[in-house]
Design a protein around this ligand. Structure first.
Ligand code: DAH
Length: 346
């Protein structure tokens, strides 16, 4: 019986190679520089007589070409398996059930921000942004904060090194200025983001989040401010939220107020069960002037209602505190620690 041609056996083996490594081994077996089967066969040609050499060389060259091409084809097939090959391959067991994948979700803070953008959006407020590294001018001067105000003190503010007197913004209020300089009144905007202060305890963190709001119009009053803010906290925290307004001082508003919300903090932080969540008030005329908004002083005779001027309110909520109240979280730190056992609860 004629012996099977060794080269055609190689062709079969190449087609059966299922991994790139197996293919490399075969290639080496055939074409290795010292011991390769084809290499040795080529070398052996020199021992043949002229006629035999010619015939044999022709035959070997045909096989060599075919083997090389088959290797190349198989290599491509392994890199890009066809759908048929995939379907018939037992490498994929479609009956195998994998452990359930954990679904990610937004962290409490960005998720609250999305909700807030929606609530204020329905009241006609635009969402604005501003830089976290802010100029001293925007963060303080333009907001009518005098040079000797304690908030500028190194106690509270992180200063950025360099000659140009920049700070990590201590509040989102500078975005009011940026917005009013770019948009003409009437306007309504909110801005949410990170702010920075050298401060840390159960209700303070060096990085926290604020939600700034601003509404300017010809007839916008403190009553409008109260309506907007009460509606917002009810939507965000629940209909039965208990709140109170107190007077408060901020250089960029006159009059200024603060709002507290009742919550169940832990013993150390309860502060009589009320937690301050927002500063607010009617935007100070100096701030409007700094933004090029006309504030007519009035002639002292014409009733104001007959000659309305631009005026409005602003507020700055502490987002982290609202989130703490909403979910009864006793310490602000829990929002930033990244402990999955805590985060998975929400
Ligand atoms: N920027 C103030 C702070 O961080 C909060 C604030 C108070 C914002 C009154 C306002 C406002 O817009 O009108 O303490």
């Amino acid at each position: 019986m004629a012996q099977a041609n060794p080269w055609s056996a190689y062709i079969d083996r190449i087609r059966e190679a299922h991994t790139p490594e197996a293919l490399d081994t075969l290639e080496h077996e055939l074409f290795g520089r010292k011991e390769g089967a084809m290499t040795l066969a080529m070398k052996a040609l020199k021992d043949l007589d002229a006629e035999g050499k010619k015939q044999q060389a022709q035959e070997l060259n045909t096989w060599k070409k075919q083997l090389t091409e088959t290797i190349a084809e198989q290599r491509t097939a392994l890199l890009h398996p066809s759908d048929d090959a995939l379907a018939s391959s037992d490498a994929m067991d479609i009956t195998l059930s994998l452990p359930p994948r954990e679904r990610g979700s937004l962290h409490l803070i960005p998720s609250f921000m999305e909700h807030a953008a929606d609530v204020f959006g329905r009241m006609g407020f635009d969402v604005a942004t501003g830089p976290e590294v802010e100029s001293e001018e925007m963060n303080f001067d333009m907001l009518n904060i005098p040079p000797d105000h304690p908030a500028r003190d190194a106690q509270d503010t992180f200063w950025v090194q360099g000659k140009d007197k920049r700070v990590l913004r201590t509040h989102t209020s500078p975005v009011q200025i940026r917005y009013m300089r770019e948009h003409k009144p009437p306007l309504r905007m909110i801005c949410m983001g990170k702010v920075y202060r050298k401060d840390a305890d159960a209700t303070h963190s060096p990085v926290f989040h604020q939600l700034e709001g601003l509404m300017i119009g010809k007839d916008v009053s403190l009553a409008n401010m109260k309506a907007v803010m009460v509606n917002a906290v009810r939507e965000l925290l629940g209909r039965d939220v208990e709140y109170r307004f107190r007077t408060g001082y901020f250089p960029f508003v006159e009059p200024g107020l603060e709002m507290d919300i009742r919550w169940q903090g832990d013993e150390q932080t309860r502060e009589g069960n009320w937690l301050e969540v927002v500063g607010c008030g009617m935007v100070h005329p100096n701030v409007l002037k700094n933004c090029g908004i006309d504030v007519e002083e009035g002639d002292g005779v014409t009733p104001r209602q007959l000659n309305p001027t631009w005026q409005g309110f602003a507020f700055g909520f502490g987002i982290d505190r609202l989130v703490m109240i909403k979910h009864q979280i006793p310490s602000i730190k829990m929002l930033f620690e990244g402990d999955m056992r805590f985060l998975r609860q929400f």
